[in-house]
Ligand binder design. Sequence first.
Ligand SMILES: *[C@@H]1O[C@H](CO)[C@@H](O)[C@H](O)[C@H]1NC(C)=O
Length: 165
Amino acid sequence: MMDLHNVFIPLLLSCTSVFTVLYGQKVVTDPKVTVYQGNDVTLLCQYIRRSTEDKITQVRWTWQNQSSEYKIMVFHNDYGLHIHETPLKDRVSFSKSSPSIDEASIIIRDVKISDKGLYSCDITIYPGGSLTGQTTLIVLEDEPAELSLITQLRAPVTYNRMSQY
Ligand SMILES: *[C@@H]1O[C@H](CO)[C@@H](O)[C@H](O)[C@H]1NC(C)=O
């Protein structure tokens, strides 16, 4: 196991550097995230630098549903954090207590059906302009079919108990 581990790490590192050299700066997000209502969800936004020269000024999250687009919050290097007035206001935060632009993922707590839509993470870089990463959030109601399946078949319960050994 240890030997395999040692082989894989350098391999991964070299792939990552090639990737960075070839494609330069970019924003990493999950294209699609699905969550059951009432749970918390993390929306990824990671900035991969092209060089240490990149000066990033702000990161802004927006949300759009079928009718409009809303600013959720913005973190600016000089002006700090501002959370806009939206239905998400009291349930959204950056995943790091001191957000940085390299790691600007957010957490939405107690997700509602109405939170579904397209989330965008816009990063402003000087002098490069701006980059956007997007995530479509799909929110599902509790699935009754799955629950009734577990009640009907006792086998999965037995498996769960056995897996604890
Ligand atoms: C979009 O979100 C706003 C704010 O929550 C809401 O008032 C509006 O009805 C939503 N539109 C659709 C099409 O869901």
